[in-house]
Design a protein around this ligand. Structure first.
Ligand SMILES: Nc1ncnc2c1ncn2[C@@H]1O[C@H](COP(=O)(O)OP(=O)(O)OP(=O)(O)O)[C@@H](O)[C@H]1O
Ligand SMILES: [Mg+2]
Length: 244
């Protein structure tokens, strides 16, 4: 169904969550969904707003954002992914969609929300606001006056708002947004993110007054039982969520 030059990424996401769900991965995302629901109490007519970031490039922020959004949509919740990575956006590639009109257009006053809100084909209840054309001044746009206005509108329309951002120790874009959401999840990658890097990311976020919900442990290896059979990765707390 989804064929383009990024077919490998798209197929991986859809194979994982939609077409050939791997039990332990699906369960890990459901656990993440449940933890988000408990961490951000429900309020009438108010969407839960969650921002994903990480210490470094390539930790898996976008992969985890997209799969988390799909998992919420599968629970009959209306979900929008906002691609706030205005430097290296990739959310649209997961769904073979266009990024021409999107967040940068809305925040610079060039496009309306209606022009930029796209339905995601093949996933009911899921919408995307792609990056839009890459602007020269991402940090300024993301801290400008249009951001609150946009979130206010989205809160009336959706149950969950998932915000994908660039790495927090590299650029400050996520820091501009982190106190406009209900909570922040920091993605750490197995065999890639070092403890000092993770600490620095958390320190930066705390300095910006972010409410950190926890750390999502990406690329976790499935544990093997004594009988040599893989069993599910369970997490012991919201700080220790493990995703394969
Ligand atoms: N758990 C995983 N298993 C296998 N591949 C993964 C996993 N998580 C991420 N990847 C792959 O690693 C690459 C980087 O992931 P992704 O784009 O999600 O990272 P990112 O943190 O958003 O990167 P950037 O900082 O560039 O935005 C992608 O090719 C993605 O498909
Ligand atoms: Mg990304």
């Amino acid at each position: 169904m989804f064929f383009n030059k990024n077919a490998d990424i798209i197929n991986r996401t859809f194979d994982t969550i939609i077409k050939k769900p791997l039990f332990r991965v699906v369960e890990a995302y459901k656990a993440l969904r449940t933890n988000i629901m408990f961490s951000i109490p429900a309020e009438e007519n108010r969407a839960r707003k969650v921002l994903f970031t990480s210490a470094n490039p390539g930790d898996g922020k976008t992969t985890v954002s997209v799969n988390t959004a799909i998992t919420f949509a599968q629970a009959d919740m209306r979900v929008v992914i906002v691609d706030a990575d205005l430097r290296k956006p990739t959310t649209h590639k997961y769904f073979n969609m266009s990024a021409k009109k999107g967040l940068s257009g809305i925040l610079s006053g060039q496009n309306t929300l209606e022009e930029c809100l796209q339905t995601v084909p093949g996933v009911e209840n899921l919408y995307l606001i792609a990056s839009g054309i890459l602007p020269p001044n991402p940090s300024e746009l993301l801290s400008g006056k249009y951001v609150d206005r946009l979130f206010q509108k989205l809160e009336e329309m959706f149950d969950v708002i998932i915000v994908d951002t660039p790495p927090v120790t590299v650029v400050s874009d996520a820091l501009s947004l982190c106190n406009r959401v209900d909570g922040v999840l920091v993605v750490a990658s197995n065999n890639k993110t070092s403890y000092p890097e993770l600490q620095e990311a958390i320190k930066n976020l705390e300095f910006a007054d972010a409410k950190i919900l926890g750390v999502v442990f990406n690329r976790a290896k499935a544990r093997v039982s004594t009988r040599g059979k893989k069993y599910n990765d369970y997490y012991s707390s919201k700080e220790d969520l493990q995703l394969n």
